[in-house]
Design a protein around this ligand. Sequence first.
Ligand code: CTP
Ligand code: MG
Length: 575
Amino acid sequence: MASSFAVCGLHLRGRGSLVKCLQKVETSLHRSIGTNVVAAQTEATRKDEGDEKEKDGHKSLYALQAERQEQAERSVLISCHSRTNEKKFLKYLSRHGEIKKHFFYESYGTYAVVEFANQESVASLLEGAAIPSISHECTVPFKSRLLSLSNLGSGDSPNQKSGLQCQPQTTVPINELIQRLSREESIDQQITFLTEAYQLTEENSRLRFLVCSLLKDIAAAYFPECIIKPFGSSVNGFGKLGCDLDMFLDLDGISGRNVKMPKSGLSLEYQMKRANSERSVTQSILSVIGECVDQFGPGCVGVQKILNARCPLVRFAHQPSGFQCDLTANNRVAMKSTELLYLYGELDPRVRCLVFTVRCWARAHGVTSSIPGAWITNFSLTVMVLFFLQRRSPPIIPTLDQLRDLAGPADKSVIEGNDCTFVSDLSKIQLSSNTETLERLLCEFFEFYATFTFSRRSINIRKGKEQNKPEVAPLHIQNPFETSLNVSKNVNATQLDRFVALCQESAWLLQQSETNTPKGHREGNTPTPWGLATILLPLHVAGVKISKKRRREPASDRIKGLLESLKNKNQQKVS
Ligand code: CTP
Ligand code: MG
């Protein structure tokens, strides 16, 4: 019953004192004069962007972001007991207004995301929530939208199992995935299954926007009109459940950049003390916000300020969501590359399927890692897949230069001297006539990179053509917008060699009739791995299980054979 909640009720989650922080608002760089005008203008611009929907049912990234951001503002995150009675929970909360959507999930405890129909309901909820009274000194007058519900709710015995349906926030373990894939009837179906199992769910995507919105409430202590937007794999369509949350502190609305300022005799006194470059401004902003997140951010732990990186950032773990977060500022080129990747993913369903499969394959073999190092990153891998798809005949996706040529005046974008212009209206892009299957594309992807001349050539999705390498790095992938940069500069020769060897092995495995035909299976039995499942297994396991012939054949002979077959194929193509 609602009354049982009312006894214990909702508690605000927070630590430390935010008083200092709130005082800083008074003296913050952006005093209130004029900022509301600017904010209203940015809001209007954003609304236009949000209303802009692409034809053919495709939503632009702007529209998607605007919708999710608005939902997040009306949402709260509640830590609750695993035995919470859902009906009572909803009845209690709906005293504050209509609930539009809710879901539960587990991450170091059980949590609920609750989206109200109106923002006033959130204010009413916070008004009624109690401030925890553990120790008077430790309480914080900061009403964050991360709350906890401290009673049991159900009144059931402690041994009773939770009746809550929790939404998964992580992917199926690789062994389970291999079994599930082996039950599919074709490699194309396997690839589609893998994509569906790995991609971000609607709930996970909402949670990502909510975490950005919660963090914005903290950053707003300094910059009341700021926005925090997710970028990278959280929104580019290639995110896997469990991927990190890249965030961008957007101050454009208050910086006057991209915003028409009203004509007035008054201008704001903007000043940044002790800053002699844009980079040092970014570092200062991130430093104070990082401090604030560290001291007062509810649920934010392990805060590290990595301010000397090429792209300064604040890294931390957000425990209630389980996300590893990277907060950056002034990173508008990365927002553009996110938009570009999103557009490519929307153009043809094969793009996403292939990227997911290659990312999953790379992770299974340790080609990529969550630890930074000399490994190939997921971003580099994605660009490699896009380049490969541009090289098909006919190409499956256009080059970036072609997308730039299709751009309208509203698409024009130059960031720090880099031309980031490309078309945003998908209906202007002609669909490809290429009808190759996913199975064929996957196999060809491995063959393409098994024989790519990495020693001399560079990967370039702007031109859609291999170029001569401008530097000696083992792997050169030109940054699509900051063209003088190599996105895979970190990769060493050992890691590149491993990638090439794995491409050779995987191409070989996919070509074997023993591995590329479905194995009959009976329900209940562990199915024999085949097709895509075999290339996700550690190679020695795949080799032993799949082919007796392969066991007798040394790896070098197999690669030689593969190269021979490729040579023959190429000769056939020429003739
Ligand atoms: N980025 C970039 N240049 C790089 C690295 C990253 O422009 N050298 C941008 C890309 O837009 C990328 C985003 O920053 O998508 C985030 O980088 P990262 O987290 O490394 O890659 P994700 O695409 O988010 O992939 P993952 O799932 O591994 O996080
Ligand atoms: Mg990322």
